[in-house]
Design a protein around this ligand. Structure first.
Ligand code: MOS
Length: 760
């Protein structure tokens, strides 16, 4: 097929490839400054208690030690996304094991580590709560006794350990459940998983000669880091400058401050630049893992499999601070309702404090948890009604023009195509080929996050094009995708483009590398910049040719007027000589997704913007003796709107599937009374290359009306479906269903034993 595009749809090598494969890229952990010191955190050994005293005298006398920083050194006390319940260092109470209470600043990392052991902190232990069920009991110990004093966004409805109570209501669920032929209720429990970026969180902070705070870090969101640091240190945003280093992965775990605030506080007190890098143990005990959810899901259906009603009660364990949990508790309801047409809904969620690690945003926050519940239950219902699981889905999925549960009208709906293709590719007709072998399927929708984006596009006098963006390249190649959009529209080659990224002082604002939005939003800002550049190019050429700007024609690589032409390079040279160069500020903000606000109460996320649709299918074997899973084939069919760079989209899909397999089968941060029992990568089992199965990706192009060349967000969706897809295949293989994640070999064997006991 002949593509109408020169650059879009082609699998060019990413622009950051050379630096990364040659080892020349400077990551956050590599970055160094003359005269810098090193900081190490002192973490709480108890899950709940009061700080009685901190004695730093002995530590201060140790060799190489410059300072010990505590809460007393921080100007502002509380900050946070939806509820301001976070502290840089614990001031009076500690709420989880691993909570930073102080930090030591020393000449070397080793000296800092030595001095950490010499700081004497006395605590009074208090009772804690470790599960959401305990935390919502009347009279349960409060994780934050002073919760009423914390500022919060007006949307949230709080009460004690509950940081938000939200609902999505449509129709009359009671009546619909009564009218249903069958009603199914199940409980699903999901696991705490680490975002799994390769590079730990790292930052260097420095206060310059005008008392501006300058930070270099591997954050996903330089502008959010700037705003949060300004809030913490009582500065205006412009008094904080955040520079990006190269970033070794984020997956949402680097959206919020990582160690920037510790570095800033330490540098302020020590009077020198200070660097912090998280240790592996700090990553596992005090980074921002995925929230574990408990979901009780009730579904009413007719005998022929039409869903009449869904009811859900959801508990989101946010850990010791609410963080993104409030958002997760909202988006999970959009996940539980979909991607099906359901006339009656009553979904309720509570986000709840416990005395455990604060949780955060991890790739498709709420996605895998919600999908595991809704798609596992779809298969249970299919079995009970004796309907093929694919057929049951086809009878209920949303189609073009249907309304989503929030009342938004769905466009570019490709779900049926995705399901049918996935089923066909996995060989669905033979879904239970033999005892011990089975196939599973699951589908979902996902949002393309909105938010504003700005770029400067500058033409060098040699024709080189600089794409200057405040958005980070976190490893997805999404900025290469944006550059392909720019190259296509401007009529240059991808190799002509150089990306300049992330310095809050010199780049335009960008909402940042989050929520599958980078290529989509930055790409659209590039299109706007091209429109503006081309207008300037016409004006410049018009002067050269003594013609009118409207008579100048844009060509690939330049302009023409009659038989006279100017290349981009020539125009840029004229612009540089006569008018300070050629530069344009392109901007983009996604149009609002219209929906019915009456259906949602206290939800902080209420719409699915430029939705993408997808289906996964797997073929696997279960060893009934050992519970071991062998994945033979894994198929992903994902509607990407427009595949800007197919190779890197497949990379996102393969990485997402492997990450999802980790959540499905092996990964879990295990707590015992708030203490992490497996704070290292030997006991926290992430899949390795040896565990990665054969993954086949099929890209569907059902264009979005908003995205550049029709693109939809692609980065997050692949991590959503693996837990449900695999759970469904296991059930098909051995007629045993595990409803808690991860589905370990041990759980499979135990479930098989229960099934056979019941049978005898
Ligand atoms: Mo994503 S969790 O918005 O990086």
């Amino acid at each position: 097929m002949n593509s109408p595009f020169r650059v879009i749809g082609k699998s060019f090598a990413r622009l950051d490839a050379r630096g990364k494969v040659s080892g020349k890229a400077v990551y956050g952990t590599d970055f160094a400054m003359q005269g810098m010191l090193h900081g190490k955190l002192i973490q709480s050994p108890i899950a709940s208690g009061e700080i009685l005293s901190i004695d730093i005298e002995r530590a201060m006398a140790m060799p190489g030690v410059y300072a010990v920083v505590t809460a007393k050194d921080i100007p502002a006390q509380r900050y946070g996304s939806f509820v301001k319940d976070m502290e840089v260092f614990a001031s009076q109470r500690v709420n989880f094991v691993g909570q930073p209470v102080a930090a030591v600043v020393a000449r070397t990392v080793e000296e800092a580590e030595e001095a950490v052991r010499a700081v004497d902190i006395k605590y009074k232990e208090l009772p804690g709560v470790f599960t959401t069920e305990e935390a919502i009991q009347a009279g349960a110990p409060l994780v934050h006794p002073a919760w009423q004093e914390y500022k919060a966004v007006p949307t949230v409805k709080r009460d004690g350990n509950v940081t938000n109570y939200a609902r999505l209501v449509l129709g009359d669920v009671e009546k619909a459940l009564k009218e249903s032929d069958r009603v199914f209720t199940h409980r699903f429990v999901t696991n705490v998983v680490h975002p799994g970026y390769t590079e730990p969180r790292a930052a260097i902070a420095h206060w310059d000669d005008s008392n501006q705070l300058v930070v270099w870090s591997n954050t996903q969101l330089p502008f959010e880091a700037q705003a949060t640091l300004a809030e913490i240190f009582k500065l205006t945003p412009s008094q904080v400058r955040v520079n990006l280093t190269v970033i070794g992965g984020g997956f949402g775990g680097k959206l919020r401050l990582g160690v920037e605030h510790y570095a800033a506080a330490a540098a302020l007190k020590a009077g020198r630049p200070v660097k912090f890098v998280s240790s592996c143990e700090e990553e596992m005990t005090s980074a921002l893992p995925r929230q574990p959810l408990t979901i009780e899901l009730t579904t009413g259906v007719t005998n022929d499999g039409k869903i009449l009603a869904k009811e859900a009660s959801i508990l989101v364990d946010t850990g010791a601070t609410s963080g993104s949990g409030v958002g997760v508790a909202s988006s999970v309801m959009l996940m539980l309702a979909g991607p099906y047409k359901i006339p009656n809904l009553r979904l309720e969620s509570r986000s709840v404090y416990t005395n455990k690690t604060p949780t955060g945003s991890f790739r498709a926050p709420a996605g895998p948890q919600g999908n595991f519940a809704v798609e596992s239950q779809m298969d249970i219902i299919a079995d009970a009604l004796n309907i093929d699981p694919l057929e049951l889905r086809l009878r209920n999925i949303v189609r073009e023009g249907d309304l989503a549960p929030n009342g938004q009208k769905l466009e570019s709906v490709s779900l049926e195509t995705c399901l049918l293709k996935a089923a066909d590719a996995i060989g669905w007709k033979d879904r239970k080929p033999a005892r011990g072998r089975g196939k599973g399927i699951a589908c979902a929708w996902w949002t393309t996050t909105s938010g504003s984006s700005g770029v400067y596009v500058k033409l060098g006098p040699d024709g080189r094009v600089f794409l200057n963006t405040g958005c980070a390249e976190i490893g997805t190649a999404a900025l290469t995708g944006a550059a392909q959009v720019l190259a296509e529209a401007l009529g240059v080659e991808l190799a002509d483009i150089q990306i300049v990224s992330g310095d809050t002082a010199s780049t335009p604002f960008d909402f940042g590398a989050q929520g599958s939005r980078t290529a989509f939003a930055v790409g659209n800002a590039c299109l706007d910049a091209v429109t503006k550049l081309q207008q300037r190019m016409k004006e410049i050429a018009a002067k050269q040719f003594s013609a009118k700007p409207e008579d100048i024609e844009i060509t690939t690589g330049g302009v023409k007027h009659g038989d006279k032409t100017l290349s981009l390079r020539e125009i840029a040279a004229v612009a540089q000589a006569s008018q300070g160069g050629l530069i344009a500020h392109g901007t983009f903000i996604a149009p609002p997704t219209l929906h019915d606000k009456e259906r949602t109460e206290n939800m902080v996320i209420t719409a699915i913007n430029s939705p993408s649709f997808h289906a996964h299918a797997v073929d696997l074997s279960v060893d009934e003796e050992t519970g071991e899973i062998k994945i033979h084939d894994y198929v992903v069919v994902q509607d990407v709107g427009r595949a800007i760079n197919p190779k890197y989209i497949e990379g996102q899909i393969e990485g997402g599937v492997v990450q999802g397999i980790g959540q499905a089968l092996s990964e879990e941060i295990v707590y015992e009374n708030g203490i992490v029992r497996n704070p290292g990568l030997t006991d926290y089992k992430m899949p390795t290359a040896m565990d990665a199965p054969n993954i086949r990706s099929f890209l569907i192009e059902s264009p979005s009306k908003v995205g550049p060349y029709g693109a939809k967000g692609v980065g997050e969706p692949p991590v959503i479906h693996p837990p449900a897809t695999i759970a469904n295949a296991i059930a098909a293989a051995v007629s045993a269903r595990v409803q808690t994640l991860p589905i370990t070999a041990e759980k499979i064997v135990r479930t098989l034993a229960e099934v056979s006991t019941k049978a005898t």
